[in-house]
Design a protein around this ligand. Sequence first.
Ligand SMILES: [Zn+2]
Ligand SMILES: [Zn+2]
Length: 797
Amino acid sequence: MDKKKTIILLWLFTACFALMMPSSLWAQSAVKNLQFCGSDTRNDSVVLFFRLLDDTGKRITSLDEENVKKHLNIFEDGKHVNWDDATVQLVKSGKRIPGDCTFSVLVDLNIPDAGKKQIYKALKDLVESAPDGCVYISFFGDQVGSSLLMTSKNYAQFEGLFMQSATLKYFYSAVYSKLIEFNSGKAPGEEDINYGSDYKKNEAIAKRAAAHKGKNYLFIFTECGKIPEIELLSYSDATEYQRDKSHDVPVVYAFYYTGDGQIDEDVRVTLSGITEHEELAQDRRGKYMPSDDLDKVIGSVAEVIEGQMYDYAFIYKAQRESYGGDYKFVAEWNDNIIGKETTLTIGSQERPWVPLGGKKMSIGDILMMGLLALLITLLTIAFFFIVMKVAIPWIKSKTFAAKYYKKYVPEANVQRRVCHYCKQDLQPGQMIVAKCKHVMHLHCWKINNYKCSEYGQNCNVGMQEHVEWDSLLSKRSIRDCKQTIAGIIAGLVSWIVYKLLGSGAVFTALAKPIVKVFYKSEGQVANLFDSCVDKVSSFLAIGLLLGFFLSFVFRYNDEYRNKNWKILLKILGLSLLSGLIGMVAFAIGGCILCALLPIINTTNIPWYCSLPAYLLFSICVSLSLTIKSSVPTKSAMLGGLCSAVIGFVVLYFSRMTSSGMNVLLDFVIYGGGLGASLVTVRALAEKYFLVIQNGVKAGQRIPIHKWMNATGGGKKVTIGMTGECEIQMNWEKSNKVAKEHAKLFIDQVRNVPMLQPLANGVVYNTRVELPVGKPSVLTNGDSFKIGDTIFQYVETD
Ligand SMILES: [Zn+2]
Ligand SMILES: [Zn+2]
């Protein structure tokens, strides 16, 4: 074979080979990037929208489903999605344009009616593919008209406007006014535009453009009629404005209908100048598309619109029992990772999405869920109990021991020192406790139940908090955790009602208007609007329920009086108020969430957008708890905030398999934490005084909490004439005071201070004489008279 023949054969082979090779191989080798554009859910499937890009960032839409399937692999949170459970689709209908795009469409009324009709029809595709709020339309001819919002709903109203006619063509005015509308503020030469009398600049366009740079488009439809000689604006006004880097300008696509065979040179130069001129930055260039065939013009429009859309949908069977929040997606093409990891939101933490089509909840499932909820509640109670009764006292006890347990070293100048408990000499080297000046043997300290022998009388610091193992499960110990347990149970009840209300679905109608007002960039990524509505409706339910039930149990426990129907009604009313306050707080939090999302512009709802709502709720509900109750503000606020944050972290950063259990855990942690903080601070705030109101001792404050402290001391204070009494009324000159006239003590069941007369003549609040032997509750500010002396009972923080 000679050389020539070989070359020809080689050529033939190559040509055949090239022909036989499926065209897809050419295309697929070019796929360099996959861009996730959003997610959606359908029955039992998750839908991910995406685009394929080549190495220059150009979109590849030529691959059919089979070819994509051959090369693509998608990973959900690192787990490969099996193709047996998945399909890929070329997206052909529905809202496929990302909602952050803005289109301003400018139509020349001089175009023949048939042509305008066709343009009107072509725009239908645009408004149906784009979320509402993306498309604006305006007309020009004898003057320039305002840009009007066009949606799939009001589309039909525009048909008449297309049929208006014009005799003149204010071309430069029209182009320039639409260019500058993408910026707020005044533009040079704005006053020279030939506006219609009712013209109004549409501020929404500039706002959207500022939020989403590079996603703005101007479509110009025009024909070749004459431009009036007197037009004040010119070609250079438009191009200079457009080339100035400080202006946000849209990418311009010009559709020039040259139907009657002639081309106006001024229009041509202008249109190509603002679309494709080489002085225009690469990312600002659009396309100039002249055609004498209206069908071709419309085809060009379709092509440009198509250019903004999602191209493919990856639809796969749900991989989990439920989806609640953010999931990370990665795509591989021929085993190479293409595109960066993208976070998409599916369902929400508050209302996980549960795939349909699977099993329906049977009675058994519901029972299991109830048991699980009960178990979680009990474990939470146990956890709080252990923290409050073991962990914290243990740590305190250990630090106390490290600080004050010492080996006795005799001081110089001191001959001997005795233990204040056993009165024996302290020997060098013996372990002692040196917390207060009443030094004791360590073993004596322990025998005396970890406190100084003088504690409650001449000493108010000699006390060691410790784990009371033998009385750990005593009634008193459990009563200390009463508010905590109540808060946890309120959390459980709130959760049950929350589930019954469809995790807040009942508030959808209420949430929608809120999201509409604050989620300005509707459909920034196509489905975030719905996610926001879901989230805000859940927020409203959580605010109402937690606010109501927590307030109810705390107020019920706080109320020591007999709960007659009047008092119950008052508790109920105040709790409803707390519920409403919680709801309003969460509504404001929802507004913050919706306002934040367009600013940060992501494909998902990041956790930090929800945090303000929870914090605000906690602050407001804590404050509402202090209304007409003895709950101290500062502690409620601090404790509430801490537990809200911990609950939030559990809700947003842990993934339990069973849907909705995260929400329960959040509720019980918040309730328990808030309850615990109310108790702790209450104990700290227990500072009781008697203030003498009259006579020689008027104004003297007697700190009775020293004796009456619930955690130690004799737990009672007696008032009378003898030295046996804690308060000896030696100033009293009358003979009306008995040796022991009255007793103050803390009611261990209700945890409230009581006054018990031991002799006749104790006058309560200057009105009633109290019967001997019968204790009455003392509330802050109450007064009582013994002999001629009036005491006022005062609690301070
Ligand atoms: Zn001793
Ligand atoms: Zn002491």
